[in-house]
Design a protein around this ligand. Structure first.
Ligand SMILES: C[S@@+](CC[C@H](N)C(=O)[O-])C[C@H]1O[C@@H](n2cnc3c(N)ncnc32)[C@H](O)[C@@H]1O
Length: 371
């Protein structure tokens, strides 16, 4: 299927990113403040009851995003895999990993409140609507900043991982080149050769296209869409719609999606991302905007059935609500990617990582990592 936007709508960043890094991996104070803002925002989001969740104005969008993540996991996870879930949040993907029959799970998130919710969900202590049975894989949960801490040290005994997942979160690393590099260096160092990195994040091409289409100096998706659930605004320096080729990092915008996010985010120009991952020994398998993803995988009966079960598009019952046009437009703001770590897998290498995992995680088992 054709992408709904042309290559020419991509950010005009001409040069190749051999290294934009003019300083080193250290951060300045404002970067830390933004990282804290993001953490506090997610930490403060409380668990919803099933009724609250179903009443959300974006419930079908959430279900659609869950379908996309489930398809990615079903496509790439294998029985017994060791999984690293970067920015795992409240553990919303634990059930998906369980269905894939993985062998070990490590989840990391910067938001203390979210990782604690993940712990109770994993233990089965959460609201009875959220969990029904124990998970079948041992797990470890860590609170930390995945885009700042050198994770291969902290996870030396857990690595290598077969699969790394970073869902709706990698764009938080794009505030500086140092953080973007740390994120990719972490993934690369922890994946085994031939291992897979799957993820979802905002589609910079679409966001920039919307910016260009918007008349007037203030970009707002409210102008582009008829909905009130999403709005975004660029920082003043970017309102002129100019982006310096020398700095494709730190392009900040404020993103508000009702019942989902309300914090600073950063544009990830995909061609810069692609060249950077190559520096870290990973190659692109595919990138698809969510619209293209849905069209492609809805051709497969098993994923049509999964969509029906998750209820994103209704279940064919005429009384059942379905994804609204507005929610479909918001879905267009995101893409999915799959990368592979270069090299041949070494099946002979012994690995004791599973010993570190627990089937029940107490507060004392949780690791808090500072850089
Ligand atoms: C939109 S939520 C997605 C959560 C989860 N991946 C999912 O799909 O359900 C974004 C998550 O990224 C986390 N996050 C943002 N910056 C982070 C960082 N520097 N290190 C670790 N986690 C981070 C937030 O705390 C939040 O839980």
């Amino acid at each position: 299927m054709k992408r709904g936007y042309s290559e020419s709508s991509s950010i005009e960043v001409q040069s190749q990113p051999r290294s934009f890094l003019d300083s080193n991996f250290l951060e300045d104070e404002s970067t830390k403040i933004f990282a804290r803002k993001v953490a506090d925002h997610y930490s403060a989001r409380t668990n919803q009851t099933l009724e609250e969740r179903e009443a959300s104005p974006i419930i079908h969008l959430k279900k659609l995003n869950n379908w996309i993540k489930s398809v990615l996991i079903q496509l790439y996870a294998r029985r017994g895999d060791a999984v690293l879930d970067l920015a795992c949040g409240k553990g919303g993907d634990l059930i998906k990993w369980d269905k894939a029959k993985i062998g070990y799970y490590v989840g990391i998130d910067i938001a203390e409140g979210s990782i604690e919710d993940c712990r109770t969900r994993y233990n089965g202590d959460a609201d009875h609507h959220q969990r029904r049975k124990k998970f079948t894989f041992p797990a470890r949960l860590i609170c930390g900043d995945c885009y700042e801490v050198q994770l291969d040290k902290a996870l030396a005994d857990d690595a290598p991982f077969d699969i790394c997942s970073c869902q709706f979160a990698l764009h938080y690393s794009w505030s500086t080149e140092a953080r973007a590099r740390r994120a990719l260096a972490n993934v690369s160092a922890l994946l085994r050769p031939g291992g897979t990195f799957i993820g979802t994040m905002p589609d910079a091409n679409v966001i920039i296209k919307k910016l260009r289409e918007a008349n007037g100096s203030i970009f707002s998706l409210l102008k582009a869409y008829s909905l009130e659930i999403v709005s975004t605004g660029f920082d003043e320096e970017f309102l002129e719609k100019k982006f310096k080729s020398s700095s494709p990092f730190g392009i900040k915008y404020k993103f508000h999606l009702e019942d989902a996010a309300d914090c600073p985010e950063w544009i990830v120009p995909f061609h810069v991302f692609k060249s950077l991952v190559e520096e870290y020994d990973m190659e692109l398998i595919f990138v698809k905007n969510s619209h293209e993803f849905v069209h492609e995988y809805m051709k497969r009966p098993e994923y049509v059935e999964l969509m029906r079960r998750l209820g994103a598009l209704g279940d064919g019952n005429q009384y059942q609500s379905t994804l609204s046009q507005d929610e479909w437009e918001v879905a267009y703001l995101y893409l999915s990617f799959v990368l592979r770590k270069r090299g041949q897998p070494d099946r002979t290498q012994p690995n004791g990582r599973r010993d570190k995992g627990k089937m029940h995680i107490s507060k004392e088992d949780m690791l808090n990592i500072e850089h």
